[in-house]
Design a protein around this ligand. Sequence first.
Ligand code: CA
Length: 450
Amino acid sequence: MLTRRAWLGGALGAAAAPGQTKKPNIIVIVADDLGSADLGFTGAKDIPTPHLDALARSGVHCTDGYVSHPFCSPTRAGLLTGRYQQRFGHENNPRYDRTDATAGLPLDQVTLPQTLSAAGYRTGIVGKWHLGATPEMHPMKRGFREMYGFLGGGHDYFQQQLDGDPREYLIPIERDGKPEKFDGYLTDAFSKEAAAFVDRAKPAEPFFLYLAYNAPHTPVQVPPAYEARLSGIADEGRRKLGAMIVALDDGVGQVMRTLKSKGLDKNTLVFFFSDNGGPTQVTKCSNAPFRGHKGEVYEGGIRVPFVVSWPGTLDADRKYNWMVSSLDVFATACAAAGAPLPAGRHLDSVNLIPHLQGLRKGGAHVRLMWRMGGGTAHAMREGDFKLVQRKGQPPELYSLKTDIGESRNIAVERKDIADSMAERLARWDKELIAPLFQSPQPAAQKKKKA
Ligand code: CA
């Protein structure tokens, strides 16, 4: 068996502390619908996020971090498989239905927790699943040995119904597959569970924790104590949203403190990002300076706050300006864990560690692609050029280097670039399949949430 130093291509060098010869723990923290400019380290002046700022300072802030989809479930499907989720038809949000075996992450896909579990990791999910609600699609059947959270796409932050009420946002909070009563605020409950999961760490057993907060996704609900901390924000919507982010930030602080108290902070690889851009049309979030929002392939829908921290292996207080993707978590985690990548399938995931260490010239990706709605919109970023194709509209080309806000379409004047990028995008599209299931209709969703 290879040593970890060899897995990482000798990259650790003299930086490897004696305590780091063990397999590292891995924590993936995902926020839900967080605006790209709503954290201190991404430019927010009104919402204090000292713990996330400290996490960013402890490692690498990837300024050009992307998710593989502009909304919830497909991003999570890509994250947990390391594959463009359209390769296996997971291009929409699954309807919450305990009997619909098509609505969720297809069972033939190999997940990151399955891979890490096979490599000796204790695997746990805390928070939102949103990858199918049938018994076969349950997180504990997809590689997680421990679970605290809910199966749907969002949840009320104070209430649940244990009586079989089918409304998605009121379904039971589960522990290891069994409904469990909870009191208090859901974000706090997830933080506490995540810290407890870390606290149960044993020296001989590395862990993988997927901490998938549903904050700050709607409904905008927050205890008065958090809101009081943002009393300087006059706008009520912004204040409440900010307070939800403060609660999330407190939770990240709690998890990181627990990690430190166990002496594990230097042997733990931590990722943080949002599953998509902020829904500026719904909440008082900000995606500045990007154009667009959740549900769109403009930067505002797909470019997110993105941090990778691994003290001792990655330098602190670094910025990485090449593209990285949420798809890369898979290969990065497997390389760190010494786990073999799943065989017999195309992965779109890159081990970021040598790139973030500055040992590889050039970017981790030549290009990244997006497709939503089975083809209602496509996008590709290649270098500093961004091609956007919306069905029935003329092609759009932007130079992100000079036009970060995607405001000046240069597809006509740079037709050569637009055409050649379109050709590569079409080639990628041919590798994909049609969506296996459709998102629930907005009317039905509204009724469920009501
Ligand atoms: Ca989301």
